[in-house]
Ligand binder design. Structure first.
Ligand SMILES: O=P(O)(O)OC[C@H]1O[C@](O)(CO)[C@@H](O)[C@@H]1O
Length: 540
């Protein structure tokens, strides 16, 4: 970690800026204008922001706010690979992983991995791939494999992330070890889940009388650790310290994607993302899709108090987009202090949640329409489908547009009452039922339309969200590239694991405390109770 002083990266407190006050006032005093189509044609997708609050004053205030946050310089620093991750003193240079003119070592590693995959394809090797990784070493691959391998692939790819033993048990069940490649993906190569699950897979290979080294591949920024763990050098692919885990699918992290759906898919993802990078760099702010989404996100969260953001992909192949964006957004923006360690002073990153439509309509859309909070929604659709049932696709699209329209337009009491009367109810019943049929409307949303679900358009979509997250980080003044919050629980878990192990011979802290009649100051009473009880397993 560098000892670079924070001062150079320390923005002024947001809430002290006159530009912030102007932006907040402008956001409060304008409304969504669905009749004034507000469309940006960006690479790989179109962004319709008509469902967000918009006015020329709000846009001007947003531009002034970005200038006050030195956005141009911050963006240039991100794209130049400067250490924008201030608390860890390193770059977040994911954009270079997809740049056509990437540095030689990045291109060399791409070519080495592609050649390895092509050799495996030519030899019809690895009928089964078990991808072992978690968080950023998992979601991007799951997303791409589900998106492009939804109708099945000749290689069966399984994902094992959770430390829950059922995950690895199910991940290996029924596979022929002779035909199986286990891919361990871990930037740090220290993540407990990945190393434990990897160890079970290695035992499984050894138990089948095989040399595990021949069946293991690894992707990591620490090849030394992977080598010591037993992965041969020619099956270790590199990732770099200057890439954040949740921004890493553009690298060899996507080895399993290429094995499942081909190296062309990864190339297409990179090309779409690179085109979005160029748009993010060059488009004027008012026509810049990530910037517009970021300004709407800040207005919704920090001014209008919307606590969450719903992601509604109207494409079942994008089911894993929701957890992907959840990690990208919440691990990046789930912070309440700025780069100088001061409270930001306004609510920051929202809770991100969702589910593909139309399933979501039968699960929680009731709450979205008439619940007391509601949530801004990002609707995502593909204009063309890749199946052969156009009527299905028309229904899917109609549902997406209808839900969005209902959330925007709402329904007044008078309209609801008139509807009841038109259905033949008498006035008394109409008066009674009408309030139940009122929709407040005015719910903010984006509509993102991809021409079809190609690697290019998905790459552009993911880069759109990456840059939206970065821009919100610049406005709030927070470091979107660290994740200190994840560390605390990991450290506590390490201690508790030892205490839960009845075979370790080590008395639990709680035992020791009980024997001495003292309370264990390191645990609260409830945690102490459960350590004791769970240590005994099923016995009362
Ligand atoms: O790739 P690694 O080092 O195993 O880390 C896995 C994940 O764990 C985290 O550090 C914390 O959840 C993520 O940021 C990361 O993607």
């Amino acid at each position: 970690m560098s000892d670079r002083p924070l001062a150079a990266d320390t923005p002024a407190p947001l809430i002290d800026l006159p530009e912030w006050k102007r932006f907040a006032l402008a956001a409060q005093t304008c409304a969504p204008r669905p009749d004034a189509l507000d469309l940006i044609e960006a690479p790989g997708l179109a962004l319709d922001s008509s469902g967000q609050r918009h006015s020329s004053d709000l846009m001007a205030a947003g531009e002034a706010l970005l200038r006050a946050r030195d956005f141009d310089t911050q963006r240039a620093r991100l794209l130049a690979g400067e250490p924008v991750n201030v608390t860890e003193g390193r770059a977040a240079w994911h954009t270079v992983l997809r740049a056509p003119e990437a540095p030689a070592e990045v291109r060399a590693e791409r070519e080495r991995m592609d050649a390895w995959v092509r050799r495996a394809d030519a030899g019809r090797r690895w009928r089964h791939v078990v991808h072992v990784g978690i968080g950023g070493s998992d979601w991007g691959v799951r997303l791409a494999v589900t998106a492009f391998g939804y109708a099945g692939t000749w290689r069966d790819v399984r994902f094992v992330a959770n430390i829950d033993g059922h995950a690895i048990e199910g991940g290996l069940a029924g596979l022929d070890p002779r035909e199986t490649l286990v891919v361990l993906v871990s930037k740090s190569f220290t993540t407990a889940e990945t190393l434990e699950n990897g160890a079970r897979a290695r035992e499984w290979l050894t138990g089948a009388g095989l040399d595990p080294a021949a069946h293991l591949a690894a992707v990591t920024a620490r090849p030394d650790r992977a080598r010591a763990w037993g992965v041969p050098d020619d099956q270790i692919f590199r990732l770099w310290d200057w890439v954040g885990g949740r921004f890493s699918l553009w690298s060899a992290v996507s080895l399993s994607t290429t094995l499942a759906v081909g190296v062309d898919v990864l190339e297409g993802l990179r090309a779409g993302a690179a085109a979005m990078d160029a748009h993010f760099t060059q488009a004027p702010l008012a026509e810049n899709a990530p910037v517009r989404m970021a300004l709407a996100g800040v207005a919704n969260r920090s001014v209008l108090g919307q606590g969450s953001l719903n992601i509604a992909p109207y494409d079942s192949r994008l089911a894993n987009l929701v957890p992907y964006i959840q990690q990208l957004d919440m691990e990046s923006l789930g912070k309440s202090v700025d780069a100088a360690g001061r409270p930001v002073g306004v609510p920051t990153g929202p809770a991100v949640w969702g589910m593909p439509g139309t399933d979501a309509q039968h699960t929680f859309f009731q709450w979205m329409h008439q619940g007391s909070d509601g949530a801004p929604v990002d609707f995502i659709l593909c204009r063309e489908a890749d199946h052969h049932w156009p009527a299905h696709h028309r229904q899917l699209l109609a549902n997406c547009l209808a839900q969005r329209e209902a959330l925007m337009r709402g329904k007044t009491l008078a309209q609801a009452r008139a509807e009841c009367l038109a259905e033949g109810m008498d006035a008394a019943r109409a008066d009674w039922l009408a309030p139940h049929r009122v929709h407040p409307g005015g719910r903010p949303n984006h509509l993102i339309a991809l021409p079809r679900l190609s690697p290019y358009s998905l790459g552009a979509l993911l880069a759109l969200y990456e840059h939206r997250v970065f821009t919100q980080g610049v406005i709030w003044g927070i470091d979107p590239f660290d994740q200190w919050g994840v560390e605390y629980g990991k450290v506590l878990a390490r201690g508790i694991v030892a205490e839960l192990d009845p075979s370790s011979g080590q008395a639990s802290r709680a035992d020791t405390a009980a024997a001495s009649g003292a309370a264990d100051a390191r645990h609260d009473a409830s945690t102490r109770h459960w350590i004791e009880r769970l240590r005994r397993g099923g016995s009362p």
